[in-house]
Design a protein around this ligand. Structure first.
Ligand code: HXC
Length: 271
C-alpha cells in the first residue's frame, strides 16, 4: 500500500506572530481588491495595520475595503487608480497621507495575465502586461518612496516563479516579472541606507486564483509529487510570508526573492 503523503498544515499568521506587531502602521497595496493581494492585506490588518487598496474598479474596491475593515476591526479605504497612470498613484498616496499620515508598507501586486503564444501575442498585448506589472511597479515605487523612507518601511513585490524557466504561453508575464525582480533588487540596494527594505514573494500554484490555471504543475497526474508539501498553496501561505517579511524578524532580509510554492518549483522538468 502506498504511504499516505504528509500534508503541511495551514495556519493563520496570528497563531505564530503577535496580533499587534503592526499597530500604528499603514499599508498601501496595489491590486488589493481581490485575490492574493487582498489576502495579504487582510493578514497585515489582522496584525494591527490600517490599509489603502488601489485598483481600477471602484465598486469592487469599495466592497473589499468594507469587508476588510469589518473582518479585521482596522480601517481600510479604497483608492481608485491604474498603476499604468502615475497621476492616479500620486492621488492615492495623497489620499493615504490625508487619512493616515504615513506609509510603512507597500505591496506592489497589481498584475495582468492571460495565456498566449509568443508568435500570436500582439505587440499591444505584450506591452500591456509589461506596463501593468513592471512599469506599474516602478510607478508605485516612485509615488511612495518618500513616505516609505520617512517611516523606514518596507516593500513586497508579488512576482512569480514562471520566468526561472521557459514557461509556454507566458512570454509577456515572464519578461514582466523578471523586471519586477530586478527593480526590487535595485530598490533594496539604493534604499537600504535610508532604512528601506525591498523583497519579492514569488507565489507558486495558489488554489482558487486565476494564476493557478497557468502554473507549471498543471496536468501532472500525481499530486503527491507535483506538490512536495502535499497540497497546493493557499492565499494564507502568501499572507504568512508577508507578515514575516514586513516584521522586524526579517529586518536583515532585503533584496531577496522568496518563492512560496511548497517546493513545486523544484519539480519542474522531472515529471
Ligand atoms: C491574447 C489578449 C488577451 C488574451 C487581452 N489581450 N487578453 N491577447 N490573449 N487572452 C490583448 C488585447 O487583445 C489587446 O491587444 C491587449 O492585450 C490589451 O488588452 P485590453 O483588454 O485593451 O487591456 P486592459 O483592459 O488594460 O486589460 C489588461 C489585461 C486584462 C491584462 C489584458 O486581462 C487585465 O486587466 N487583467 C487584470 C486581472 C488579471 O489578469 N489578473 C491575473 C493576475 S494573475 P490588441 O493588440 O488587441 O490591442 C498573475 C499571476 C502570474 O499575474 C503568475 C501566473 C502563473
Amino acid at each position: 500500500m502506498a504511504p499516505v503523503p504528509y500534508v503541511v498544515p495551514l495556519v493563520d499568521s496570528t497563531a505564530v506572530f503577535k496580533p499587534e506587531i503592526f499597530k500604528g502602521k499603514v499599508l498601501f497595496c496595489t491590486g488589493g481588491g481581490s485575490g492574493i493581494c487582498r489576502g495579504m492585506t487582510e493578514a497585515v490588518m489582522r496584525h494591527g495595520a490600517d490599509a489603502v487598496i488601489i485598483g481600477r474598479k471602484l465598486d469592487r474596491l469599495t466592497q473589499a475595503a468594507k469587508e476588510l475593515s469589518d473582518t479585521t476591526g482596522r480601517t481600510c479605504i479604497p483608492a481608485q487608480g491604474d498603476v499604468r497612470d502615475p497621476k492616479t498613484l500620486r492621488d492615492a498616496v495623497t489620499k493615504t497621507i490625508e487619512k493616515f499620515g504615513r506609509i510603512d508598507f507597500v505591496i506592489c501586486g497589481a498584475a495582468g495575465n492571460f495565456l498566449a503564444p509568443i508568435a500570436g501575442l500582439s505587440e499591444n498585448a505584450f506591452r500591456t502586461v509589461l506596463e501593468i506589472d513592471t512599469i506599474g511597479t516602478y510607478n508605485t515605487i516612485k509615488a511612495t518612496i518618500a513616505h516609505v523612507r520617512a517611516s523606514k518601511g518596507s516593500y513586497i513585490h508579488v512576482s512569480a516563479t514562471l520566468h526561472y524557466n521557459g514557461t509556454p504561453f507566458q512570454a509577456h508575464v515572464s519578461a514582466a516579472k523578471a523586471g519586477v525582480d530586478a527593480l526590487s533588487a535595485v530598490l533594496a540596494v539604493e534604499e537600504g541606507p535610508h532604512g528601506v527594505r525591498s523583497n519579492v514573494i514569488a507565489p507558486g500554484p495558489i488554489d482558487g486564483t486565476e494564476g493557478m490555471e497557468r502554473l507549471s504543475v498543471k496536468g501532472v497526474a500525481d499530486k503527491q509529487f507535483a506538490y512536495p508539501s502535499g497540497r497546493a498553496g493557499h492565499v494564507k501561505d502568501i499572507a504568512n510570508a508577508t507578515i514575516f517579511l514586513f516584521s522586524d524578524a526579517a529586518s536583515y532580509i532585503t533584496g531577496q526573492v522568496l518563492p512560496v510554492d511548497g517546493g513545486s518549483e523544484h519539480m519542474r522538468g522531472t515529471m
